[in-house]
Every structure is written in structure tokens, then in C-alpha cells.
Ligand binder design. Structure first.
Ligand code: FAD
Ligand code: NDP
Length: 617
């Protein structure tokens, strides 16, 4: 074999013809480890030893081209790239390999063929949140009998809410409105330099008024969702659903009344709920984002525990409306995001007065005074620079835990009907939303999507919605279009917003190699901030960067920290999806004067070592 087309075909054939394909080298201890693990698990595999083959080097080069993985073993399961030794062992432990090898029903015309029965419904969706509502309404376009269940278990302090799930009631919607409340506070500060008089002296924020406006809006959305389902003839059951058979669910309403229904297809869209740290006083005295957005009293001085999306956003708007905010950071800010950007967001927040306590975890909470909010003492442990642990405390009125969320799959009886979950995070293992049981699917925050590295289907509303709609089209229409979980744009609504698409700089270096990428960047001052005295210390902290693959000129990472980053990032996401090159960005004419135009004029590379500060107009 000599030409490259042949080699590509040969590699494809190995991957296609073998359920488990191991590209190995006879002397490699990691290859031996992976093969031994397959043998112990009784999983049949096919291995070729590249070092013993005439075309071994060429095959290895082709594998690097296809997978960007330079080491062996290089493992594929059911045509899907798994990775090297460590990734394969993790995938085995998490049940990913098992799921990929589970025989599926044949796909005909994009539809999964399931034996026809006399079911109550064509589709039952468990969970009336972003994904569940989208999926059930889409199924109705195909004139199917659809039922959606939605039930909210109260939080430890008794908060509950209506239909619509996390986004509408305790997530995106109230969060963005509170973010807006805090931005308005900043504009009031700005107003004096723009000639408005006496606004500054009138600056006092009323928590109760904000909650009333936001909750009224949320209730109007709950009403709209209920009537929308009625108009579309989707049956809505305000009941908690659990499997009692593969096609049969038990429904329990809030009075404890039960009934059973059956469905040909069942989609699990139960989302997640916030975690608690399991320390004394956490559930008695602490709250989470599930409580914050409808809190009937002003939270006052707040300690936020956690340093990711939810923590930084909540800390940001609470500070913006004038409350004292402290954040306990266990390790780094915004794990999984570009760390240069994460630290910029952190620096900005420190600069405007939010107090970060690094390397700190809470250990217990005591109540000092009853009341709403009352007074609490949070004891926490700090790891000092020499690795010692010291115990400290901080008094406050409210403690907000934002330490991550867990999929609420534990009480669904999934195991009893054969649906496999990732034991580590309780998420349902899915392959393009299909679980290990043919007619049971899952979407949204509760899935571990094995077609993505580390199962990462971002926990975002538009992801849940699009996955739900596409799934309904595949189940009931002629569509074969699958959800594309790659290049999903996202924005963190911190006081300075951070929008991103694609690779972080550190991940791009790991995947492509430092010499194969170029980073273009710029620090800039939004025009509208340039005449505001109170922005003086932070106005140069806006920043954008593009990460470009040198060989193809393709933009593989997009990052912007600026006002309105959410609005900016959404537009560029189309370009990134279409595979835009740096030249495409350069040839795009900017809109002047905006922050967004900076991204079309990036000339300074990081490797040049030149200053990234924007000069002049
Ligand atoms: P959910 O919306 O959580 O819906 C699941 C529903 O199922 C819930 O109503 C639940 O009570 C119900 N349920 C659970 N179990 C059962 C059962 N057994 N029977 C009946 N019903 C059941 N995403 C963004 O894109 N942008 C943002 O700005 C954003 N901000 C966020 C801010 C916060 C504070 C949080 C917490 C999340 C935010 N998200 C944001 C994430 C977004 O809210 C979620 O990704 C999205 O809501 C997930 O939708 P879902 O359909 O998977 O689940
Ligand atoms: P994450 O899981 O992303 O982050 C959890 C944070 O809590 C990390 O900083 C983690 O620190 C810290 N932590 C975990 N356990 C402890 C502990 N015991 N003590 C102290 N700190 C701890 O969760 P989030 O709740 O922030 O977000 C969940 C998802 O919701 C996100 O992935 C996102 O998809 C979605 N979301 C989207 C938003 C948007 O689109 N704007 C906004 C908000 C949420 P460490 O790094 O050390 O592990």
C-alpha cells in the first residue's frame, strides 16, 4: 500500500469492521493494559500491532491525522473514537463502552422501529423543563398522543415553583433579570458623567420590588406554558413519574394519589438540582439558586460558596444591587473554561469590590441571630501557601451554595428497566439521546452523551431545547438529523460578561500543539465607558482573543470579556459553525463604534509579545 487514499480507506475499514478496534504496539505497556482490561471484561476486540506491520508508520500517521492523538493504544468502539489507555479505562468504568456495544434496534428511515402496542400515549416526557416541553410540543406537530409530566420537589427551606423547569423558574430567566438590575445600578453611576442630575443620590435598591416584578413575569410564563400545552392538546400531568415497567410509569400527584400510564416512547428530561456540601448547618441555614430568585427577604451580606457559572453570576448581581458579597473559592475559577479569561473575570470582580477567599471550603454554619435574613457564622478552612490548613470564620446574613448540580435520576427506578447510568454523576448514558433501552431516550441536563468527549453535552437551555426538538423529528418524522453538541456558544453573565465558543487556549494547545496555533488578542475600552469616572479602574479590562489553527487558518476558539458579550457571541457562533477562517473575520466589516468590531480587527498575536492594548479609535 503506498498512496494516502488507500491508507485512509484501510484505517476506515479496520474501524468499520470491528466493534472494538485497538491500534496497538506489541511492546507498549499501555496497550497491554487496555487489551487485558477488555479480556477481563469479556469484551471481544480486534488489535493490530503497528510496529510489526509494513504500513504501521503510515497507519499511525493517518490515525494522528484523524484523531489528533499521537500515542497508542488508539481505541475505537462502534466506530467512535474513545482515546488512549486512560480514556478507555474510564469509559469502561463509566459504562460508556457497554452502552456503545449494546445492540440497537435497526434504524429505518431515521425511525427507531419499536413493536406496535396499545399504549396510552405515543410519547411520554418526564420533566416539563426546557428540553421536555420542546420535545413534547414538537411531537405534537406529527399529530401524536403526547403526555408531559412535571413535578417540583420543594427545596429544604420549602421553595417550589410552576411548570417550565429550571430555566424559567430558577435559572436563566430570573438570573438574567437580576443581572440587568445590577447593570442598571452601574448605569445610574455612569449617568452623572452623561449629564443626568440627582440620579446618584436617589440610588437605593428595593429587593422586594425586584422579586415582585420578576416573580410576576415568571408566573405569566408558567401560565403561558400551561395554556400552550392545552392548545396543542398535549396532556399535562402535575405528577412525579417513576418507571414501573419498560413502557409503564407510575404517577404520584401532590396529594399522594397515584395512577399508571403507558407510552410507546419515553423521554427522560428531569434536569438537575443544586448540591449541598454535607456540612453541619448546610440545609438548615444555607440556600441555593433554587431559593434565591424568589427569596421573600433581602439576603443582605452574602457568602457564596463555589466558583463556577452559578456562583460568579449570583455573586455578580448581588454585588451590583449593592449587597456585600464574599466568595469561597475551593480551587480555580470557572473550571473547564479558558483560564486566562476566567482570571480576567475574577480580577474584574475583585476590582469592583467582591471579596474572594481563595483555597477555602466551608466546614460548618452556625446561626447567631434568628430572623429573615438573620445572622450566620460560616466557619471555613483555608489552605495556606505552605499547604497548612487554618480555620477561619466570616459572619453574614445569607449563605448561598453554588457548588454544582446533580441529575435527579435516582428515584426513577431506571435500573429496574435496564437504563444505564454513569455511577459517578448519576447521569443517563446516552448515544445521541438514546439510552441503553431502545425506546427510552433522555435529553438536557440529565444526560452523559457518549458521542462527546467526557460525555459533555453542555448543561444549557438551548442545548436541551434543540436536542428535544431534533429527537421528536427523528422519532416521528423522516428526519435523521442529530444534535450537534460541538461549537455550542455560551455566555457567563458576570458583571463583565464572558462569551465563548470552541476551544480554550489550554485545550487548543493540548489538542493541536502550541506551535500549530496562533492567538490574536486585544484589550479594549468600550466607548460608552470611556467618559465614566467610576469605570476608571476597570475600563481597560475588556478583552477578546481568537485562537487560530495555523495550518487551516480556521478560528477554533473565540473569547470575549466585555459588556453585552452574550449578544456579541451569538452572532459569531454562526461563523464558527460554518468553519470561518481568520481571514473571514478580517474581511468582515466591523460596525463602528461597538465592542464587537474589535473581533474583526485583531492583528496582534500573543507570540509577537507586543502589547495587546487597543490604541485610538
Ligand atoms: P429542567 O429545566 O431542569 O427541567 C426538568 C423538569 O423536570 C423540572 O421541572 C423538574 O422538577 C421535573 N422533574 C424532575 N423529575 C421529575 C419526575 N420524576 N417527574 C416529573 N417531573 C420531574 N442555561 C442557559 O442556557 N443560559 C443561562 O443563562 C442559564 N442560566 C442558569 C442559571 C442558573 C442559576 C441555573 C441553575 C441554570 C442555568 N442555565 C442556563 C442552565 C439551564 O437552566 C438548564 O440547562 C436547563 O434548564 C435544562 O433543561 P432540562 O429540560 O434538562 O431540565
Ligand atoms: P459547576 O459544576 O460548573 O461548578 C461547581 C463549583 O463549585 C466549582 O467551582 C467547584 O469547585 C465548586 N465546588 C464543588 N464542590 C464544592 C465544595 N464541596 N465546597 C466548595 N466548592 C465546591 O456548577 P454550576 O452550578 O456553577 O453550574 C452548573 C451548570 O449550569 C453549568 O455547567 C452550566 O452549564 C449551567 N449554567 C449555565 C449558565 C449560563 O449559561 N450563563 C449560568 C449558570 C449555570 P472546583 O473547581 O474546585 O471543583
Amino acid at each position: 500500500v503506498t498512496n494516502s487514499q488507500n491508507i485512509e480507506d484501510i484505517v476506515k475499514k479496520y474501524i468499520h469492521d470491528n466493534n472494538v478496534m485497538v491500534f496497538s504496539k506489541s511492546w507498549c505497556p499501555y496497550c497491554k493494559k487496555v487489551k487485558a482490561a477488555f479480556e477481563t471484561a469479556n469484551i471481544e476486540y480486534y488489535a493490530i500491532e503497528l510496529d510489526t506491520m509494513a504500513d504501521g508508520v503510515k497507519i499511525e500517521e493517518e490515525l494522528i491525522r484523524q484523531t489528533a492523538q499521537e500515542t497508542v493504544p488508539n481505541v475505537f468502539v462502534n466506530k467512535q473514537h474513545i482515546g488512549g489507555c486512560d480514556k478507555t479505562l474510564v469509559a469502561m468504568k463509566e459504562g460508556v463502552i457497554d452502552l456503545l456495544l449494546t445492540p440497537r434496534t435497526t434504524v429505518t428511515n431515521g425511525k427507531m422501529e419499536v413493536e406496535e402496542q396499545n399504549y396510552n400515549y405515543d410519547l411520554i416526557v418526564i420533566g416539563g423543563g426546557s428540553g421536555g416541553l420542546a420535545c413534547s410540543k414538537e411531537a405534537k406537530y406529527f399529530d401524536k398522543k403526547v403526555c408531559v409530566l412535571d413535578y417540583v420537589k420543594p427545596t429544604p427551606v420549602g421553595t417550589t415553583w410552576g411548570i417550565g423547569g429550571t430555566c424559567v423558574n430558577v435559572g436563566c430567566i430570573p438570573k438574567k433579570l437580576m443581572h440587568q438590575a445590577s447593570l442598571i445600578g452601574e448605569y445610574v453611576h455612569d449617568s452623572e458623567d452623561y449629564g443626568w442630575q440627582e440620579l446618584e443620590s436617589a440610588r437605593k435598591h428595593d429587593w422586594d420590588k425586584m422579586i415582585e416584578s420578576i416573580q410576576n413575569y415568571i408566573h405569566s410564563l408558567n401560565f403561558k406554558y400551561r395554556t400552550d400545552l392545552r392548545t396543542k392538546s398535549v396532556v399535562y400531568e402535575n405528577s412525579y413519574g417513576q418507571f414501573v415497567g419498560p413502557h409503564r410509569l407510575k404517577l404520584t400527584d401532590k396529594k399522594g394519589k397515584t395512577k399508571e400510564i403507558t407510552g410507546k416512547y419515553i423521554v427522560v428530561a428531569v434536569g438537575g438540582r443544586p448540591k449541598y456540601p454535607d456540612i453541619p448547618g448546610d440545609k438548615e441555614y444555607g440556600i441555593t439558586s433554587d431559593d434565591l430568585f424568589s427569596l421573600s427577604y433581602d439576603p443582605g451580606k452574602t457568602i457564596v460558596v463555589g466558583a463556577s457559572y452559578v456562583a460568579l453570576e449570583c455573586a455578580g448581581f448581588l454585588h451590583g444591587i449593592g449587597r456585600e458579597v464574599h466568595i469561597l473559592v475551593r480551587s480555580i475559577l470557572l473550571r473547564g473554561f479558558d483560564q486566562q479569561m476566567a482570571n480576567r473575570i475574577g480580577d474584574y470582580m475583585k476590582n469592583i469590590g467582591i471579596q474572594f477567599h481563595e483555597k477555602c471550603i466551608p466546614i460548618r454554619i452556625e446561626r447567631l441571630e434568628e430572623g429573615k435574613p438573620g445572622r450566620l457564622r460560616v466557619y471555613y478552612q483555608r489552605e495556606t501557601e505552605d499547604g497548612k490548613k487554618e480555620e477561619l470564620y466570616e459572619d453574614c446574613n445569607t449563605v448561598l451554595f453554588a457548588i454544582g448540580r446533580e441529575a435527579i435520576t435516582q428515584e426513577l427506578n431506571l435500573g429496574a428497566v435496564g437504563v444505564k447510568i454513569n455511577q459517578k454523576n448519576q447521569k443517563i448514558l446516552t448515544h445521541y439521546e438514546q439510552s441503553s433501552v431502545d425506546h427510552i431516550y433522555a435529553i438536557g441536563d440529565c444526560i452523559h452523551e457518549v458521542s462527546m468527549p467526557f460525555g459533555q453535552a453542555l448543561e444549557l437551555t438551548p442545548v436541551a431545547i434543540q436536542a428535544g426538538q431534533l429527537l421528536a423529528k427523528r422519532l416521528f418524522g423522516d428526519s435523521t438529523i442529530k444534535m450537534d453538541y460541538k461549537n455550542v456558544p455560551t455566555t457567563i453573565f458576570t458583571p463583565i460578561e464572558y462569551g465563548t465558543i470552541g476551544w480554550s487556549e489550554e485545550d487548543a494547545i493540548e489538542k493541536y500543539g502550541e506551535d500549530n496555533i496562533e492567538v490574536f488578542h486585544s484589550e479594549f475600552v468600550p466607548l460608552e465607558w470611556s467618559i465614566c469616572k467610576h469605570r476608571e479602574d476597570v475600563k481597560t479590562m475588556c478583552y477578546c482573543k481568537l485562537i487560530v489553527e495555523k495550518k487551516t487558518d480556521r478560528v477554533i476558539g473565540f473569547h470575549v470579556a466585555s459588556p453585552n458579550a452574550g449578544e456579541i457571541t451569538q452572532g459569531y457562533a454562526v461563523g464558527m459553525r460554518l468553519g470561518a477562517t481568520k481571514r473571514d473575520f478580517d474581511m468582515t466589516v466591523g460596525i463602528h463604534p461597538t465592542c464587537s468590531e474589535m473581533i474583526t480587527t485583531l492583528l496582534i498575536t500573543k507570540s509577537s509579545g507586543k502589547s495587546s492594548k487597543q490604541e485610538g479609535c
